[in-house]
Design a protein around this ligand. Structure first.
Ligand code: PLP
Length: 375
């Protein structure tokens, strides 16, 4: 049976070049970057070169990049720091952020810290007018937390415009850029964003490593104590091999961005055409006009009783997709994102998220369509 992986928003496989780098670096840079002997110095210098490379790729400076274990840690750190250190008493967000954001905000909400959820239209988009209005109404110290690309439906927010509104209203702006770093061109000099987060495994790098961007002058209190790593902000020996592999993965993603994005766009268009040809009544969830090409979320015109089993049924036919975010895949609850957008009736129907990478082919889409025809 042919196995087809169409769940690249959950995670991606490491590029062969990244694996080669990994194998080489795990031997070459085994020294502890905090050691002062030559083994340590070599590892430290490789690490700092990585920081410079990553910073350059997103138009930042190296002291604005902090290596972490990935987005969940970075999100938790930034949100908590905003309240406990930056004095934020109001967080503006939406109900379709990733659970790492929503659940952290929930834990931070109390009498002193309130959360405002922006309304969404039927396609899952916010209105910049609403944001401006809410921000202008109060002088409370505010953090606006809006993701770049939604991991379930692919909709994207205009970071540049949001950043300008935040700046004008003296609000901090944090964006969960997990699904867009590596896929979109970035320049933090052009976007007024204060904090961004990233996980390497979303752009064909290794798991368990990522970075956060913190605009200089924004203060961040240490998350861990007991070491001087990451300028004393995140104690603990750095995972040099993973950080170097992440850097290579991001460099390649940027180098191939235009070419790979065209391929992915073509795959998505082909998938949409085929789905509409063979499945009358299929609907696209989210904004089909303005969404990232690597994510396609559809509501299938199938019987409701297939909803809970759809991922399993496709998996039995060799096709890997998901119903929403990977961390929710085992759940029978409807996706919190779709729950904000779909009618009660459509929410009961099977919806799936198909997510593409540069490695997918048109044959993969044909295999998905064939499998769906047999369900
Ligand atoms: N934010 C978004 C939008 C995501 O898609 C994910 C992962 O699916 C995360 C945050 C959490 O990333 P990680 O599990 O790598 O920490």
């Amino acid at each position: 049976m042919k196995h087809v992986y169409l769940d690249n928003a959950s995670t991606t496989s490491m590029r062969p070049e990244v694996i080669a780098e990994w194998n080489h670096n795990i031997v070459r840079y085994f020294g502890n970057p905090s050691s002062t002997h030559s083994f340590g110095r070599q590892a430290k210098s490789a690490l700092e070169n990585s920081r410079k490379t990553i910073a350059k790729l997103i138009g930042a400076s190296s002291n604005e990049i902090i290596f972490t274990s990935g987005a969940t840690e970075s999100i938790h750190w930034i949100l908590t720091n905003s309240v406990t250190n930056l004095g934020v008493t109001r967080i503006i967000t939406t109900k379709i952020e990733h659970h790492a954001v929503l659940e952290t905000i929930e834990r931070l909400t109390n009498e002193q810290v309130q959360v405002v959820y922006l309304p969404l239209d039927a396609f899952g988009n916010i209105s910049l007018f609403d944001l401006e209005k809410i921000l202008g109404k109060s002088t409370e110290k505010t953090l606006v937390c809006l993701m770049h690309v939604n991991n379930e439906i692919g909709n994207y927010n205009n970071l540049k415009s949001i950043g300008e509104i935040c700046k004008k209203n003296q609000a901090y702006f944090m964006s969960d850029t997990v699904q867009s770093i590596g896929k979109f061109p970035f320049n933090t000099e052009e976007i007024s964003v204060d904090f961004m987060v990233s996980s390497a495994h979303k752009f064909n790098g290794p798991k368990g490593v990522g970075f956060l961007y913190k605009r200089k002058n924004n203060s961040l209190q240490p998350i861990y104590h007991g070491g001087e790593q990451e300028k004393g902000l995140r104690a603990g020996t750095e995972n040099t091999t993973a950080i170097l592999a992440m850097t290579t993965a991001l460099e390649i993603a940027h180098k191939n961005q235009v070419e790979e994005n065209i391929h992915i766009k073509n795959l998505k268009s082909y998938a949409i055409n085929e789905l509409f040809l063979y499945f009358e009544g299929v609907q696209i969830n989210g904004d089909s006009e303005s969404s990232s090409d690597h994510i396609l979320n559809i509501c299938l015109p199938f019987d409701e009783n297939k909803s809970a089993m759809i991922v399993f049924l496709l998996d039995m036919k060799g096709i890997a997709i998901s119903r929403g975010s990977a961390c929710q895949s085992g759940s029978t609850k409807p996706s919190h994102v779709l729950a904000e957008l779909l009618s009660e009736k459509d929410l009961k129907k099977p919806s799936i998220r198909i997510s593409f990478s540069y490695q997918n082919t048109f044959d993969d889409i044909d295999a998905l369509i064939d499998a769906l025809k047999k369900i």
